[in-house]
Design a protein around this ligand. Structure first.
Ligand code: HEM
Length: 364
């Protein structure tokens, strides 16, 4: 019988499998009957924490790129690949809920009370991800008038609080957007041209409804009211009340950053704007996936514990449902489509701007 390990690096040593695979300690079975499904419950949570670690690994690298005074073009592509990886990991995280849901509520009840007062609410890595993305304390739901860190150990709370003080991805992307050239370029003023194009588009929409012989007067009134509500949304974009956000939910970009995000989306076919467009699209994906996970997790909590309070003491699935609506960071990016106009209606870029935006190949 072989007792010696083969020469060289050994698989189990490299992956520290002894530690990893002896880290599942069931609480059931000690003073009462063992609960078969507790193993699944622990492993699924541990798998989540491992993926959270990988997300933070990617996020930290992306933050380092965006912390630079000006983001080097070649690093932008790398940052986009890393954020794309986060999107794929999120898909796994959402799917993993299905695995945990093979446990029935009754099987969960076999060991649930042994977990009190521990809860996913105390996941430090989850809080770090939220904060690094840009969630602010003031935007969080209040739980029993206590800060969200109140259920953490002093050491964990200090780590989470420290992450609030660092510039988040939201802050850094907002700065980067504000620095975008091309909003003003010589005589070209993107915002003025875009506003004009929107007004032309809305006027054409109204005229086409009024002149449509197939519509009854009632139908015309209804459709015109629809155009007016679109016009109202645009009006808010152009002339916001002080402090009033242009889009609903979560944090909001400064006006200048929002303008730049729109410019990037509308002119994304220009080579120089293509990578910035991919970045904004991926951030919107991350936002949507985060919300999807939150909704899925809230549904799972409802299925497992109904309307009971959570082991961490919140109102349970009711809290989780509200958090899914409220705890949002890049909501502006996912709501941007309301302000798109068709390519055919886009103001033409002056030749000089286009030439600056294009890739050129020529002798050095
Ligand atoms: C049987 C399965 C699960 C149930 C019934 C459940 C239930 C809950 C409840 C009720 C809360 C609210 C806090 C509280 O009062 O405890 C919560 C929070 C949380 N849970 Fe779960 N959970 C389950 C599985 C998971 C899994 C697998 C993860 C993965 C890490 C997870 C991560 C979290 C996180 C991060 C929070 C904080 C969410 C926030 O504050 O927005 N949960 N969970």
């Amino acid at each position: 019988m072989a007792t010696e390990k083969p020469r060289g690096l050994y698989y189990a040593d490299y992956l520290q499998l002894e530690r990893l695979l002896s880290s599942q300690r069931l609480r059931s079975g000690a003073d009462g009957p063992p609960a078969h499904d507790e193993m699944l419950f622990i492993i699924v949570h541990q798998a989540y924490e491992l993926w959270f670690k990988q997300i933070l690994w990617e996020l930290d690298a992306v933050l380092a790129t965006f912390r630079k005074a000006s983001v080097p073009e070649e690093e932008l592509g790398q940052a986009i690949l890393r954020l794309g990886r986060i999107v794929e990991i999120q898909r796994v995280l959402i799917q993993q809920v299905d695995v945990l849901e093979t446990m029935t509520p009754l099987d969960f009840l076999d060991f649930r009370d042994l977990l009190i007062p521990a809860s996913g609410f105390q996941s430090v890595q989850f809080r770090l991800i939220e904060n690094e993305l840009g969630m602010r304390r003031a935007d969080r739901l209040q739980i029993l008038d206590a800060p969200y860190t109140s259920r953490l150990s002093a050491e964990d709370a200090a780590r989470v609080e420290a992450s609030e003080k660092e510039p988040s991805l939201f802050d850094l992307v907002e700065d980067w957007l504000e620095r975008t050239p091309f909003l003003h370029f010589g005589d070209f003023d993107f915002w003025r041209e875009y506003r004009r194009a929107v007004e032309t588009m809305l006027a054409a929409d109204r005229a086409s409804i009024r002149g449509n012989p197939t519509l009854t007067e009632d139908e015309k009134t209804r459709q015109l009211a629809g155009v007016e509500s679109t016009a109202q949304r645009f009006a808010e974009l152009f002339e916001p009340e002080p402090g009033e956000p242009a889009t609903a939910g979560g944090r909001h970009f400064s006006r200048r950053a929002l303008q730049a995000a729109l410019l990037i989306h509308l002119y994304r076919d220009e080579p120089i704007l293509h990578l910035p467009f991919r970045l904004l699209a991926i951030l919107a994906d991350i936002e949507r996936n985060f919300t999807t996970w939150r909704q899925r997790h809230a549904q799972m909590a409802m299925r497992m514990i109904g309307t009971r309070i959570g082991t961490g003491g919140t109102s349970g699935s009711e809290y989780l449902g509200r958090a899914a609506e409220r705890h949002r960071v890049f909501a502006d990016l996912s709501a941007l489509a309301s302000f798109f106009i068709p390519r055919s209606a886009l103001p033409k870029l002056p030749a000089e701007v286009r030439s600056r935006m294009g890739f050129r190949f020529g002798a050095p």
